[in-house]
Design a protein around this ligand. Structure first.
Ligand code: KIV
Length: 257
């Protein structure tokens, strides 16, 4: 699947499902789930590397983990989900020349067919426009943007009229620049609905209600593997508790056998 194929889902009202992955096991689980997109998100910083935020993750980390994810795939290439890789902090905030070089490294050295970039400030828009013109598809990301948490916090965005108007303008700008889809994170449901209705590109929500054209989840949150669960993701299984108890039982039984 190519990034541009996703538009068909929106036209046919077929929900897009994206799951994150960070290594070959999570990649394999995401592929077997039949998700359309596997996002190698920089959330791997917390989910897999034990950091407290996404900021410490490097380009090398992202390339290394994206390759591990695709090694977990077993389907025929044409049936595999689309891999999107997050551009980590400071690989695009530093200007278009560097961003083309770094995004190019991701595309050249992994099976990712697109990168995701947070925000829509004027500097970021210049970068996105350049990447797209240079042949690198870009997924946008608005609302709660964890790479800006030092300025914006990790709270719900789009609560004031002013911030809602900005989000609507930014979404349209990202579409005009040529983004093939847009992640909307932790914003009011009706705002996400309005943005979704105003755009021809698909919106993919996380903590943005039910009206987006698709949903994305951090797989570790869904599986209940994290200690710090975000308020907008109800786990489908208490994975950490369950697996932890099973391992404890096994260790105990081995000690007495
Ligand atoms: O890094 C990530 O996992 C993400 C999702 C929350 C969309 O950006």
């Amino acid at each position: 699947m190519l990034p541009s194929d996703l538009i068909k889902n929106k036209l046919n009202s077929k929900k897009i499902i994206a799951l994150t992955a960070w290594d070959s096991i999570s990649g394999s689980l995401a592929e077997q789930s039949n998700a359309d997109i596997v996002l190698v998100g920089d959330s791997l910083a917390m989910v897999c590397l034990g950091y407290k935020s996404t900021l410490p993750v490097t380009l090398e980390n992202m390339i290394y983990h994206t390759n591990a994810v695709s090694r977990g795939f077993i389907k025929k290439i044409e049936e595999q989900p689309l891999i999107v890789c997050d551009m980590p902090f400071l690989t695009y905030q530093c200007g278009a020349d560097k961003a083309v070089e770094y995004a190019g490294k991701i595309i050249q050295n992994t099976f990712a067919k697109a990168v995701k970039i947070e925000g829509a400030e004027p500097e970021i828009q210049k970068v996105i426009s350049r990447l797209i013109r240079m042949g690198i598809p870009v997924m946008g990301h608005l609302g709660l943007t964890p790479q800006s948490y030092l300025n914006l916090g990790l709270k719900k965005q789009g609560e004031s009229v002013e911030s809602q108007e900005k989000l609507k303008r930014d979404a349209l700008s990202l579409q005009e620049l040529g983004c093939f889809s847009l992640v909307l994170e932790h914003i009011p449901e009706l705002l996400a609905k309005e943005i979704q209705n105003n755009l021809t590109i698909p919106t993919i929500g996380i903590g943005a209600g039910i009206y987006c054209d698709g949903q994305v989840r951090v797989t570790a949150d869904l599986l209940g593997l994290n200690d710090n669960q975000p308020p907008f993701c109800k786990p489908i299984v208490e994975g950490k508790k369950l697996l932890g108890e099973k391992l404890k039982e096994w260790v105990k039984s081995e000690r007495i056998s």
